[in-house]
Design a protein around this ligand. Structure first.
Ligand code: ZN
Ligand code: ZN
Length: 301
């Protein structure tokens, strides 16, 4: 098969639009949509300070690479990479080395904070303990909380994540299945700024996961391939299957799912948004999830 645009050999077929792409036009196809998404979300507005949350995986390394390239000519933009060290020997330590080396190579300022310093525990210590929730439940809450405070302390106008089309479609389906409209309304990308919460942005929102992977490989962007040894995300895997099956039967349905999620998240949240009595972070209850889990952790550890 040949490329839809030129006559070179195709390396990729997009089922949802019926087109074949050669290597060059595949890169163009991805970059064009990312540029458009960056504009739509206003990520590179004049005088912005943009923090990119980088884990070392394919998505965040690709997001960082493109944010760097698209802001290269912009002297009014400050681009910073931030990483949270959850304290997972092997997995996270390898990623930290990679991110440090890569940010240094492409000339991006890098900051890192650890669970140990910020919350007083490591995932290595928590994982083997008897506890009420999955490892991911604790890890996700503290990771988001530390990421937000890091971005806030650095004066960020946007916190960029590497969330792709599949991740986002899965989250929409999960929120629908759980009837969690509060969480739905708090999903990124954020247009409104809530004081204390750095608005999150997702330049890869329109790019399917397999395209991000192929893009990173084609460009030679380094990334960590191993997955977290403590991952217990059973429900995430269920929704990954659901989204993939839906897309296989109805090409293009991932985009429709996201569009529905966005329409729903524009509605005001059913729960109120207030401040945590303990730390002042934005929350839907009286206490934020990180503070609630901190109390629980004191008993577990
Ligand atoms: Zn071509
Ligand atoms: Zn709190």
């Amino acid at each position: 098969m040949n490329c839809h645009t030129c006559s070179r050999k195709s390396i990729y077929f997009a089922r949802y639009n019926g087109r074949h792409y050669c290597s060059t036009h595949f890169l163009d196809f991805v970059e064009g949509r990312v540029r458009k998404e960056i504009r739509r979300q206003g990520i590179l507005a004049h005088n912005s300070t943009v923090c990119v949350a980088v884990s070392g995986g394919k998505d965040s390394m690709t997001a960082l690479t493109l944010m760097k390239e698209f802001s290269r000519e912009r002297r009014d933009i400050r681009l910073i990479a931030i990483t949270v060290d959850e304290g997972i020997t092997g997995y996270r330590s390898e990623a930290l080395r990679l991110v440090e080396e890569y940010t240094d190579r492409i000339g991006v300022e890098w900051h890192c904070r650890s669970f140990n310093d910020e919350a007083g525990f490591t995932m290595d210590r928590l994982a083997p303990r008897e506890r009420e929730r999955t490892t991911c439940a604790y890890c996700g809450v503290f990771r988001r909380s530390i990421m937000n405070s890091m971005a806030r302390d650095l004066g960020a106008t946007r916190l960029v994540t590497g969330l792709n089309l599949d991740d986002t479609a899965q989250s929409v389906m999960m929120n629908i299945a759980r009837g969690d409209m509060t969480r739905m309304s708090m999903m990124g990308p954020h247009e409104r700024t809530v004081d204390g919460l750095v608005p999150r942005a997702q330049p890869l929102l329109g790019i399917p996961e397999n395209e991000v992977l192929l893009y990173a490989i084609q460009r030679g962007i380094p990334f960590i391939r191993s997955s977290c040894p403590y991952s217990e995300e059973a429900s995430r895997n269920l929704f990954r299957d659901i989204v993939l099956r839906l897309e296989a039967e109805m090409p293009g349905s991932r985009y429709a799912v996201i569009k529905s999620g966005m329409a729903m998240s524009e509605a005001p949240p059913s729960g109120r948004i207030s401040r945590c009595a303990e730390c002042g972070d934005v929350t839907s209850g009286s206490e934020c999830r990180a503070c609630a889990l901190r109390t629980e952790l004191a008993k577990v550890l």
